[in-house]
Design a protein around this ligand. Structure first.
Ligand code: C2G
Length: 158
């Protein structure tokens, strides 16, 4: 909307993506996050930008259409391959892969050698058990924006 400032949340480190590096000589810090990222919006961008600022590389597991159907009983508005391409096109993202199952998170963390798991705080506490594999960080959700809210707005307008 013209004239409305975007809800850009500050990064948790006070720095933006691509500016934080691990100490010279040490291995790059690998951050992993997961999500459907349907109807990509500013809340998704904030989460991704702030996750990337916690390390040197950001790996994103994009939840498959089938996972959404099975676990959430809904079909994303944007198809899986397009959601993957959109997330892969974000400059803070280094790698994307398909998240086929919520139950495989521990495997994904290990396969991608993640040092930090980042999720929005709507998942607060739900992934603490992965603390034995990596650091677990929950970031504040961006208020007042969601994919389902966008769908409702469009429905109301039609
Ligand atoms: N998010 C946010 N602020 C919003 C909306 C979303 O910070 N206003 C964050 C969520 O907390 C999540 C990420 O953006 O960390 C992706 O959000 P969704 O696409 O809604 O993903 P979600 O349903 O949380 O799926 O394996 C985990 C699931 O697949 C996560």
């Amino acid at each position: 909307m013209a004239g409305v400032a975007p809800t850009l949340l500050p990064s948790p480190t006070g720095q933006e993506g691509n500016t934080v590096s691990s100490e010279s000589g040490s291995a790059p810090v690998r951050v992993i996050t997961f999500g459907t990222f349907d109807l990509f919006h500013i809340g998704h961008l904030n989460l991704i930008r702030r996750a990337r600022a916690l390390g040197d590389r950001l790996i994103v597991g994009v939840s498959s259409d089938e996972l959404n159907r099975r676990k959430k009983g809904k079909r994303p508005a944007i198809a899986q391959d397009d959601r993957m391409a959109i997330v892969a096109g974000i400059r803070f993202v280094d790698e994307v892969f398909v998240e086929e199952s919520l139950e495989l998170k521990g495997d994904y963390i290990q396969q991608h050698r993640a040092d930090i798991l980042v999720m929005g705080d709507d998942w607060q506490g739900r992934f603490d058990h992965f603390g034995s594999l990596c650091k677990v960080v929950y970031l504040t959700r961006t208020p007042e924006v969601s994919s389902s809210g966008i769908v409702s707005t469009l429905r109301a307008a039609s």
